[in-house]
Design a protein around this ligand. Structure first.
Ligand code: HEM
Length: 474
């Protein structure tokens, strides 16, 4: 018995000593924060060799960040998601990092699975001349004139159909808004309406999305492997659509036609078929989760805040006055929806749909006197800015009115859609889509939550069992 106890104590002591040696070794490996080439790293810890502090980060989420901020300040080093990383919560420095971009040694630093599955021309990953080419093409598709003439009428027609027949039913808003984000994008891209083709694309796109947020292990059965398979199928479906367009003289008013016809005129280089396909996949991917989550959370916050719902509904009923039931929302009416815009931004802020942005250093980069080595990641962590009381008094309260008081949208620390040369090109289209969804939702229906719906806020905003509401005609 005594021997067993001795062995157990020995094992425990051994594990403790080995663990502290490993942790120590990992700190020494990163120079204890001091680098031979000169310059210091920000304070922080690097955790275990290889795994770093990933487990703690994923388990504790936002409180991992808060604890480290209390200990080390708003700029600290860690090792998460397979890479030595500097986390920055300083609004001014974050803004500088986003503006600094490629010229300042910062390129996108998104995880490997995302880069692999979204393709080598993925706009959110490429840099240099290829980024300029892809971004130019993307901006051409979503510019204000396109939104006014082509996209808004399509979004309007889609929302009318999508929000048909909800009265008298219990609806899962999460499922409906996910479907909405996907189907609306497919209609804008290639005029695809609900049916067998959209069902097939939907299945592959959902598998692709899961693959991009998985570990890059390419073995049958893993999400990464399935994501890749889904990408292959999607690419072949899109190739077929391109071939059909080329073999016919029909003109289509959609993004695919615009891409096939644009460029090569001296003003802009023509995109290859592979680039067109990667651009379309990136476009659907970028809007899918952001749009659906924001729409779902707007419904949730409006359910909980009847005064905000009343004001929003008043704005939309005023727009409907003097319009026939079949008349679509005009661009001017969309632009006049000041309170709706405020509700959307307040939802994005309070729910923190985007936690932060990832960059990778292409050379040593200076940050507030520290030197971040080449190859490290910088996590421009914007979540904390969303809850900064100096910018948003009483930050945990849903208060859309705050966006009307000052021109918050042009505040230098407004980063809900990123900033600098990679600022979201889909900002206006995305806002128009959510605004149109809210327009038909609040003018047609009233609703109440059904049962207890759980909403998780980290690492992604989601309702694991759905967000169920009982809907009635308004
Ligand atoms: C509420 C909706 C949306 C939010 C909150 C949002 C947010 C963001 C953010 C924060 C970024 C910056 C990423 C970075 O700097 O690394 C971004 C980039 C991007 N977004 Fe959005 N987005 C939304 C909707 C959309 C929509 C509807 C589209 C497509 C029409 C879109 C397309 C893109 C693309 C292509 C990029 C990459 C741009 C580049 O790297 O040059 N987004 N978005």
């Amino acid at each position: 018995m005594a021997l067993l106890l001795l062995v157990m104590v020995g094992v425990v002591v051994g594990v403790v000593v080995a663990s502290s040696l490993l942790l120590r070794w990992n700190e020494v490996r990163y120079g204890n924060g001091r680098r031979k080439e000169g310059g210091c790293l920000p304070p922080g810890t690097m955790g275990w060799p290889l795994f770093g502090e990933t487990t703690e980060f994923l388990k504790q989420g936002p409180s991992f960040m808060k604890q480290r901020r209390l200990r080390y300040g708003r700029l600290f080093r860690t090792h998460i998601l397979g890479c030595p990383t500097v986390v920055c919560m300083d609004p001014e420095l974050n803004r500088r990092m986003l503006l600094q971009g490629e010229a300042g040694g910062l390129v996108p630093g998104y995880p490997q699975s995302m880069l692999d599955i979204l393709g080598r021309n993925n706009i959110a990953a490429v840099h240099g001349p290829l980024h300029r080419l892809m971004r130019g093409a993307m901006l051409g598709l979503v510019r204000p004139a396109m939104l006014r003439q082509s996209l808004l009428p399509k979004i309007d027609a889609f929302m009318r159909d999508h929000l048909q027949g909800w009265a008298g039913a219990v609806v899962d808003v999460q499922a409906k808004t996910k479907e909405m984000a996907l189907l609306s994008a497919l209609r804008q891209i290639a005029g695809i309406t609900a049916g067998p083709l959209s069902d097939a694309l939907k299945t592959e796109l959902c598998t692709l999305v899961l693959g991009t947020i998985s570990l890059p292990i390419n073995l049958p059965g893993t999400s990464y492997y399935q994501g890749f398979q889904a990408r292959t199928k999607l690419v072949s479906m899109l190739e077929q659509m391109i071939a059909e367009r080329r073999s016919s003289d029909d003109v289509h008013d959609d993004m695919l036609d615009a891409l096939l016809r644009s460029g090569g005129d001296g003003a802009r280089e023509k995109l290859s078929d592979e680039q067109i396909i990667d651009l379309l996949i990136a476009l659907i991917y970028s809007g899918y989760e952001t749009m659906s989550t924001t729409s779902m959370m707007a419904v949730k916050y409006l359910s909980d805040h009847p005064r905000a719902l009343d004001e929003l509904r008043r704005e939309h009923l005023d727009i409907r006055k003097g319009k026939s039931p079949e008349e679509a929302i005009s661009y001017e009416e969309f632009k006049s929806m000041a309170f709706t815009r405020a509700v959307i931004f307040e939802t994005l802020r309070l729910a923190t749909v985007v936690n932060g942005l990832l960059r990778k250093t292409t050379r040593d980069v200076e940050m507030n006197g520290y030197v971040i080595p080449k190859g490290w990641r910088i996590y421009v962590y914007t979540r904390e800015i969303n809850y900064d009381p100096s910018m948003y008094p009483d930050p945990m309260t849903f208060n859309p009115w705050r966006w009307l008081e000052k021109n918050m949208e042009s505040h230098p620390h407004f980063m809900l859609f990123g900033g600098g040369g990679r600022m979201c090109p889909g900002k206006e289209v995305g806002t128009a889509e959510i605004a149109t969804f809210l327009h038909y939702f609040v003018t047609r229906y009233r609703w109440e939550e059904e049962g207890k719906n759980t909403i998780l806020k980290f690492p992604r905003v989601e309702a694991p069992n759905g967000l169920h509401i009982r809907v009635q005609d308004y």
